[in-house]
Design a protein around this ligand. Structure first.
Ligand SMILES: [Zn+2]
Length: 602
């Protein structure tokens, strides 16, 4: 499951609003400081309002709460856009480094820049809302005359997860990919207009604007991603070959012996997470020796107890307890009397210490891990609460998602023994099942996490023309994932639009980065904690030293370039995907055995 971090800071979808007047006299360093004080002050207040309205709208869904949230959020977005454009007037002013960084962050905080021509600005805002709504309302109806035959993304997701009927899966897969047909024309216009806005801010195009958030040139950042992918690609190829072999045993010739995997047979509508095909590919002796879900159920562990257990992980490494308001205000169970958004999320409502999580907790292994993940956001948020408002965010957008997952990697059998949930840790020889399951989630995701923005960057830069949108999409899916559709997908389709983040205009590289970073953090912190066992059995539970390192990094927020934050934990300014290889080492050797003599690649 992919988790959304709903830290309501400044970098969400931005639209609307034209630039304010910049005055005639040359601004001074003093003006710049005053300007940033005003920005921090105003955005703090607007973010609080939007965040409070957002909380209510997700925990008590009515037409009115939705409208209140939309209004408050628009105010925040408009103001941020206005400030971002105004910040340009300090470009040539000699200001203190700290103020310069704040100005730069403000300028790149936009995800979508609207052109200053009011007509075009309005058109872009409307198209963005339309694309989002088209996806949100997207349904595929087997029989359009019968509304009960219509499936939304949740029902589609369930079928893709549970069905092993190849024909059914193919039909549902093709059905869902019809929802994006109407988006194609609008998306083309969207690209034109958002590029125009980005150019006005001094960026080559919208993709270059997105890449400029990473403390290095857009070109260097692209190269950096390629380097990381090259490090893990050999392991991905082995996993791909193994899964292909097993799926071929199950589905026959529809799965080629040495070609790409069929896009509809991987348990997920986008083939971005393959863990649902685990039952088809699991090793013969996959029993991991315990079942956390059964343990939690047998003990009748309450949702509050599960969260308290998660909190104790963080306090065991030196973080202070969660504030009382966390327990008063969080939503931990699904209310019986109203509609809520159950999708797990972590909040810092006042951007200081009004920390909360929102979940519909069930006593399961998955939710137990998710709790550790969500609390990671909360402890990060509190660690940077004393910085100027604009710095209250993670070092780059990959970091926020990576922290909770780093801690979740420490939820090992040994940890479960220490906290009394398990009597005895099973022998590490049983780990292949666990590791394979994790690889189907995390390794399988990497090429997908990379290619979404590879496609968008090419689209924004004009390298991919509108008449080739779909071709370029499938070229990249083949190149990175080794995944292909079973029937031709010509330009009469618009398959990228069937993935939320494209019509929703949400950058995606952060998820790739988070996937890489969490293993690098885990390896470095495990070393600090003195762990000498295999990396997948290391837990930093109760290591004050690891906790201190982690906190040193978290408390920097966004105030310094991310390589400096990374260095606090990893001792290096470079991202390094070899930690993934270390973590999955036993699986890598096992995969070698399984695919011996079998084709690898496509
Ligand atoms: Zn998250």
């Amino acid at each position: 499951m992919r988790l959304i971090n709903f830290v309501l800071v400044l970098a969400i979808l931005v639209s609307g609003c034209t630039s304010g007047s910049s005055g005639n006299s040359t601004p001074t360093a003093e003006d710049a400081k005053k300007f940033m004080d005003d920005v921090n002050d105003t955005l703090f207040k607007l973010a609080l309002e939007a965040s409070q309205a957002g909380w209510v709208s997700e925990t008590y869904i009515t037409d009115d709460t939705s409208a209140l949230f939309a209004r408050a959020n628009q105010r925040l977005i408009d103001k941020t856009a206005q400030y971002a454009k105004e910040a340009v007037r300090f470009d040539k002013v000699d200001v203190a480094p700290d103020i310069r960084r704040q100005l730069n962050i403000l300028k790149v905080s936009l995800v979508m820049a609207t052109p200053s021509n009011p007509k075009e600005g309005e058109e872009l805002t409307k198209i963005a809302a339309d694309l989002d709504a088209t996806y949100g309302k997207g349904k595929w109806c087997e029989d359009p005359k019968k509304s009960e035959s219509c499936l939304d993304i949740n029902q589609i997701t369930d079928i893709m997860r549970d069905s092993q009927d190849e024909k059914k899966l193919r039909q549902v897969w093709e059905g869902w990919h019809t929802i994006s047909l109407p988006m194609r024309k609008e998306y083309t216009r969207f690209v034109e207009l958002s590029n125009k806005g980005a150019k006005e801010l001094g960026f080559a195009d919208s993709g270059a604007m997105w890449r400029s958030k990473y403390d290095m040139s857009p070109e260097d950042f692209t190269k950096e991603l390629d380097r990381l992918w090259t490090q893990v690609r050999p392991l991905y190829l082995k996993l791909h070959a193994y899964v292909r072999m097993k799926l071929r045993e199950k589905y026959g010739d529809v799965v080629p012996a040495n070609g790409p995997l069929p896009a509809h047979l991987l348990g997920n509508i986008w083939a971005q997470d393959w863990s649902n095909v685990y039952p088809l590919v699991k090793p013969a002796n996959a029993d991991k020796g315990y079942d956390l879900t059964s343990i939690l159920k047998a003990r009748k562990t309450s949702p509050v107890d599960m969260v308290k257990t998660g909190e104790r992980f963080y306090t065991s490494i030196g973080f202070p307890s969660l504030p009382k308001t966390f327990w008063d205000r969080s939503m931990l169970v699904k209310p019986r009397d109203r509609e809520v958004v159950c999708h797990a999320s972590a909040w810092d409502v006042d951007n200081v210490e009004d920390l909360r999580i929102k979940m519909c907790i069930q006593p399961t292994d998955e939710d137990f891990n998710t709790i550790h993940h969500e609390l990671g956001h909360n402890f990060y948020q509190r660690a940077y609460k004393d910085l100027p408002v604009i710095f209250r965010d993670s070092a780059n957008d990959g970091f926020h998602e990576a922290i909770g997952d780093t801690i979740a990697l420490s939820v090992t059998p040994e940890y479960l023994v220490k906290i009394g949930l398990l009597d005895k840790a099973p022998d590490a020889s049983r780990d292949i099942g666990l590791l394979l399951h994790k690889a189907l989630e995390k390794i399988a995701f990497l090429p997908f996490g990379l290619l979404i923005d590879q496609w968008r960057w090419k689209v924004f830069s004009g390298e991919v023309k509108p008449e080739d949108y779909n071709k370029a999409w499938w070229d990249l899916r083949l190149k990175y994932q080794g995944v292909a559709p079973v029937t031709p997908r010509g330009e009469d389709f618009f398959d990228p639009g069937a993935k939320y983040h494209v019509p929703g205009n949400v950058p995606y590289t952060r998820y790739f980065l988070a996937d890489i970073l969490q293993f690098q953090f885990h390896r470095a912190l495990a070393q600090t904690a003195g762990c000498t066992s295999v990396l997948n059995r290391c837990s930093i539970y109760q290591s004050g030293e690891a906790g201190k390192k982690l906190n040193d990094m978290l408390s920097m927020g966004l105030s310094k370039p991310w390589p400096e934050a990374l260095e606090k934990i990893a001792g290096s300014k470079q991202m390094d995907a070899t930690a993934i290889l270390d973590y999955f080492k036993p699986l890598d050797a096992w995969l070698d055995e399984q695919i011996k003599g079998k084709p690898v690649g496509w």
